[in-house]
Design a protein around this ligand. Sequence first.
Ligand code: ATP
Ligand code: MG
Length: 585
Amino acid sequence: MEWERIRKRPEDCVGANLQDYQEYAGRFAWSQARALLDGLPNGGINIAFEAVDRHVLAGRGDKLALRWIGRDDQVRDFSYQALRAQTNRFANTLAARGVAKGDRVFSLLGRVPELYIAALGTLKNASVFSPLFSAFGPDPIKARMAIGNAKALVTSEAFYRRKIEPWRKELASLEHVFLTECSGSLPADTIDLSAALAQASDSFETIWTGPEDMALLHFTSGTTGRPKGVVHVHEAVVAHHITGRLALDLRSDDIFWCTADPGWVTGTSYGIISPLTNGATMIVDQAEFDAERWYRILQQQNVTVWYTAPTAIRMLMKVGTEIIRRFDLSRLRLMASVGEPLNPEAVAWSAAAFGKPFHDNWWQTETGGIMISNYRSMDVKPGSMGRPLPGVTAGIVERVEGGGLREITKPMAMGELALRPGWPSMMRGYLNEEERYRKCFVGGWYLTGDLAMRDDEGYYWFVGRADDVIKSAGHLIGPFEVESALMEHPAVAEAGVIGIPDPTAGEMVKAYVALKNGFESSEALRKELLGHARQRLGPAVAPKDIAFRQNLPKTRSGKIMRRLLKARELGLPEGDISTLESEER
Ligand code: ATP
Ligand code: MG
């Protein structure tokens, strides 16, 4: 089925987004982009200075930087000035204990204000910040902190007792543990963070870093296998800033809500850094997904730009559109999505339900920032990730004999999505995995591990991860296409598609499907879905088998773990499941 392009009306194109795009497209150079940020005294650079201090120095200190909403609806506000003071205190707290430039500071916290203070305070001190998902168990935490050579950790007393204390002595590098929510009797060798902050001075001289100094250590989602520790440097802030402006249309008068947890890269690049460098107000919600709560926050906080993920959008779809009418969401100007392919069905649904579509964009932990995007001012083609940002050169490539690469220029031909390296937020390495890092680069391209196509207007279309592609009877089948076709059926909330060995076809397509509220699984529905898919995709591509599930296994960043569906189907070892959040049911 051809999806109708969502044409932008003139009012969608008003404002600087279109101008920015037209101005930068074609002649944008990252080397000049640094000038887009305010002055960098001494030629040095520091992400936290760009995010916080420069606004205060420019007289914008009273502006609301962060509004935190607790699980119980308690609100805590931080102006840029207040955030500056708190992050200075945290930087002083580290410095006083000998935690210095380049030392690794980990966090294991829910979305509480201390997490944001620790992130920015660590960067101010030129130490390296590495956020972990608070839901990780002791083993994945220990493994990541060992890889990162953690020197300090910020966590809650409860997490510490359960998840760290049992093995703490085994990690010799870990010298300082700061605890939040202390009960009164502190565990041995720990520091009460709020007492330490209260004692520390609220002025701090930001430590300048060179553009190549390490700033962030981010672990990938572990969707395809063992997570990698991705190294980002301070210069990345240039990309965080400009991509937020171009792809998310962030302005200083925006109220921005990124629903991602800082435990994965979206929650840091766009859940902390980019909204602040752009001088916006950011909303942080401590609670987990709840459709009604989310709509209420959008309304009450007058959110103008909303950045979320397909898994959340599919959950909203499950709940339906009726509920949306109870809320006034007229302030919403841009809604964007990242993390997984956004099914065309979801784009069309959002356009009907909200009067504006979700704008898909593509990037990865390795790229540090958005690379391909549907701009606010650009027509949206449902199912497409959009076009490369100004300054980003993307291509579709295939391997040739002898080890090189060839660029595929034919429209809508499938190949690996590749990028020409050189933007500031490009990873500088996989920590301690030199060989794995080196293999990402061939013939001057960075290979993303994703398969995609480009159409004649330069829009990119995601096909699937290279590892997930199914080879059946001579066809290469991307799971996304099959999943999207299934999603068009009114009963389907979620679909995950894998290839399983087949003696004649090589592989055959199998789908796992979760149904929307109000639908029951049955043999009749299974047959109907098989028929629907066959009609939509043709017999060569359609699934041969469908299994019903209440829920599909997903990573903490909300990605369907197809490799796990496959391992289970074939009775193979499950591999690294440290990032598994929601189980298959
Ligand atoms: P790992 O590398 O450990 O397997 P991961 O690749 O899921 O995990 P992330 O860096 O969090 O870790 O995710 C980036 C990947 O997510 C991309 O390479 C792509 O496969 C997928 N992705 C992100 N955005 C989109 C999008 N808009 N459309 C399709 N896929 C997307
Ligand atoms: Mg990856």
